[in-house]
Design a protein around this ligand. Sequence first.
Ligand code: CA
Length: 228
Amino acid sequence: MAKLLIVEDEADIRELISFNLEMSGYEVEKARDGEEGLALARSGEFDLIILDLMLPGMDGIKVCTQLRKDSATAHTPIIMLTAKSEDEDVVSGLETGADDYITKPFSPRILIARVKAALRRTQSETKTDDSNIISIHDIVIDTARHEIHLAGEPLNLSATEFAILRFLAKNPGWVFSRNQIIDSVKGEDYPVTARSVDVQVLGIRKKLGDKGNIIETVRGIGYRMKGE
Ligand code: CA
């Protein structure tokens, strides 16, 4: 269950929001001003923060700036609440790192839809992050950064070698024909032929040294990454 923090000084609005979010199944904590909100948020336990712009003392923009600086909250989605007359502030609010904003007065239905959307975005981002890292046989492949480490040491592979190793490592235990391997890396503009797959695999094995045997030749079919 997602846990949300509401930072809002107006009691009516604070209660309205928290009531509706709780009815939607969220766990909610409330803060009455920026300082209290910041102190609560720093625990890092919230999945999303609803932050009013106009707060006594430390305003929403200052709170937002602080939240973005703190590693515990740097990536927590923030939805800013603003009044209609505050349009310029909206822009600066988003510039300080709010993910979305809602103009008062708003219906609870709109708020909940925005909360859901913001949570969905961060959840799918997290998933993408995870799948960027493939870890197998002491090899760690960071597909986003195009980096590969063997037993903690960086390994220098050509772009094609990298693409082939990544493809095999994503599907350990599965055998792929040379043509399937070509198809998997083709989209990335590499001129690869069936024969050159053999050459590439030879190159990868060499660079993997002792670990070269994790890529197995399956006679008459192709190659596979040994399962763990
Ligand atoms: Ca306010």
